[in-house]
Design a protein around this ligand. Structure first.
Ligand SMILES: C[S@@+](CC[C@H](N)C(=O)[O-])C[C@H]1O[C@@H](n2cnc3c(N)ncnc32)[C@H](O)[C@@H]1O
Length: 250
């Protein structure tokens, strides 16, 4: 589970993790049971989250580290203008097919400064912060916040939480959840350093306390639907394996 976007063992810079993965990325996500579960629940919840914070729609939207456009295509219907950036040519090639009305830039915003046409009311970045190394997390947030309008919103997920119930249980029983380090207090402090305050959190999978549950539960299983509703409160965010989080620029 969650194996589809880890750092390659011999490569400690997440920037190069997906340079050639574009053609297989969506299929890999679909084949990995818990990745598919998280992705499915993100797809169910995103419209609600966007409507909650942007009842009148989004003027200008940026998807940072857009990959194959998995999230871009879900937000685009709510946005008047959309721009997406990724460092990987093969990922962007796939994204272009899904989002013909979006402007794409092949760039690393932490080291390059392409003209993105102005500031953004909403910036998303999914399956990025949990994977990236600290230096890249900081650089990405510097680049993102520079391009956010005052009062703009950041929409991210955090899917590699070492304090998720299943990860704690796994370690207690001799497992190894390895390189996961982005727990909620660390994420909150990271956002805070960049002038971002959390305004909403929607946990996903907080009730899954064992790896076996994560490997067998399908998005629309009746038990999953019941438990996702029961464990949807923000108090479960710190033990959830995935989290949709919205932060506002102060
Ligand atoms: C796991 S994929 C996530 C893609 C997409 N956001 C999603 O949720 O499906 C992570 C993406 O981050 C991109 N990436 C890594 N470092 C980057 C950087 N410095 N600037 C832009 N994209 C970057 C990778 O190329 C890859 O496409």
């Amino acid at each position: 589970m969650g194996v589809t976007d880890k750092l390659p063992a011999d490569d400690q810079d997440y920037r190069s993790s997906h340079l050639e993965r574009g053609s297989r990325y969506d299929a890999n996500l679909a084949e990995s049971p818990f990745d598919a579960y998280m992705s499915g629940w993100e797809r169910k919840l995103l419209p609600q989250v966007i409507r909650q914070h942007f009842p009148g729609g989004v003027q200008r939207y940026l998807d940072f580290a857009c990959g194959t456009g998995r999230i871009t295509e879900q937000v685009v219907p709510f946005a008047k203008q959309s721009v997406a950036v990724d460092i990987s040519p093969s990922m962007i090639e796939e994204a272009r097919k899904k989002c013909p009305q979006t402007t794409f830039h092949l760039a690393d915003l932490t080291t390059q400064n392409p003209d993105l046409g102005g500031s953004f009311d909403l910036v998303s970045s999914f399956r990025f912060f949990g994977n990236a190394q600290d230096e890249l997390r900081e650089g990405a947030l510097r680049a993102i916040t520079q391009r956010m309008a005052p009062g703009g919103h950041l929409l991210i997920n955090s899917h590699r939480n070492p304090r998720a119930l299943y990860a704690l249980f796994d370690r207690l029983t001799g497992g190894n959840t390895g390189s996961m380090d982005l727990h909620l207090p660390k994420l909150r402090a990271l956002l805070d350093r960049h002038g971002l305050s959390i305004v909403s959190m929607r946990p996903i999978g907080a009730w899954m306390y064992r790896t076996s549950l994560m490997l067998t539960t399908k998005v629309d299983d009746a038990r999953a639907v019941r438990n996702e509703a029961r464990f949807s409160g923000e108090m479960f965010a710190s033990i959830a394996p995935d989290l949709i989080l919205v932060a506002r620029k102060r």
